[in-house]
Write a protein that binds this ligand. Structure first.
Ligand code: DGL
Length: 268
């Protein structure tokens, strides 16, 4: 019997990771858990995020998952080791794959990272990049307002452009040639971030989407476990709260209507 892959995030943003996984591995069955009752994680302490992450992982283990993807950058930044110790299955976070993709993309050795305050404070992107190449300079910038903008669907135009300009200033000053989108929500704003960065820097800049990088890393991991069969490409979406705009926001992050997928509100 094909076991599903478990994916969790603080809310619906991690559906950008589920989307990348579905595109890269269309045969895999996915169980997604969005902790919508307690989002955001990005402004909370490492201790609280670790506690929440443990609860999400425990719940997903009840679905007999073969592997856990921590889609939330903040949880990956502060709780990955705790989850690896807690679980008997492979656990993959979004930071190492995003960091590797950044290292591959940079030519100048100057990488910018946009992330939540929690991820920036964890220093996890710096550590992951320096594990691969300690000569690279990393400039991490918190960009918390981009989260609600993505949720509202305000991804192009005046307001997101202005927010991107403000947040990109330090990265422009540092003259980075690569920007890692270190938050589940930022892929929705990728075009705006790219345009603004290119304009302010006056040269091309590579934008690295950690969701896509994670899906590729996941494919490599599964190729190394050929004994685990894939499924029928099903998706089950569990949330800890069903907010009014749930379907609209979820479809935005998933890049497809939620219709046809099982959705359920659960308590942790
Ligand atoms: N999922 C979070 C992340 O990728 C962003 C939203 C939040 O702050 O919870 O860091």
């Amino acid at each position: 019997m094909a076991k599903p892959i478990g994916i969790f995030d603080s809310g619906l943003g991690g559906l950008t990771v589920a989307r990348a996984v579905r595109e890269t591995l269309p045969g895999e069955n996915l169980v997604y858990l969005g902790d919508t009752a307690r989002v955001p994680y990005g402004t909370r302490s490492a201790r609280t995020v670790t506690r929440y992450a443990r609860g999400c992982a425990d719940r997903l283990m009840g679905f007999d998952i073969k592997l856990l993807v921590v889609a939330c950058n903040t949880a990956s930044g502060v709780a990955l080791e705790a989850l690896e110790q807690q679980l008997s299955i492979p656990v993959i976070g979004v930071i190492a794959p995003g960091a590797s993709a950044g290292v591959r993309a940079t030519r100048s050795g100057r990488i910018g990272v946009l992330a939540t305050p929690g991820t920036v404070a964890s220093g996890a992107y710096e550590r992951a990049i320096h594990r691969e190449n300690d000569a690279i300079r990393v400039f991490a910038q918190p960009a918390p307002l981009l989260v609600p903008l993505a949720e509202e669907g305000w991804v192009t135009g005046e307001v997101p452009t202005l927010a991107a300009k403000r947040y990109l200033q330090p990265l422009v000053k540092a003259d980075v040639d690569t920007i890692v989108l270190g938050c589940t929500h930022y892929p929705l704003l990728s075009d705006t971030i790219h345009e603004v960065a290119r304009e302010l820097l006056g040269h091309e800049v590579a934008i690295v989407d950690s969701a896509e990088a994670t899906a590729s890393a996941l494919r490599s991991l599964l190729e190394a476990q050929p004994e685990e069969p894939s499924g029928s490409g099903s998706l089950r979406v569990l949330v800890t709260d069903l907010p009014a705009q749930f379907r609209i926001a979820a479809s935005r992050f998933l890049g497809a209507p939620l219709e046809g997928f099982e959705t359920k509100a659960i308590d942790l």
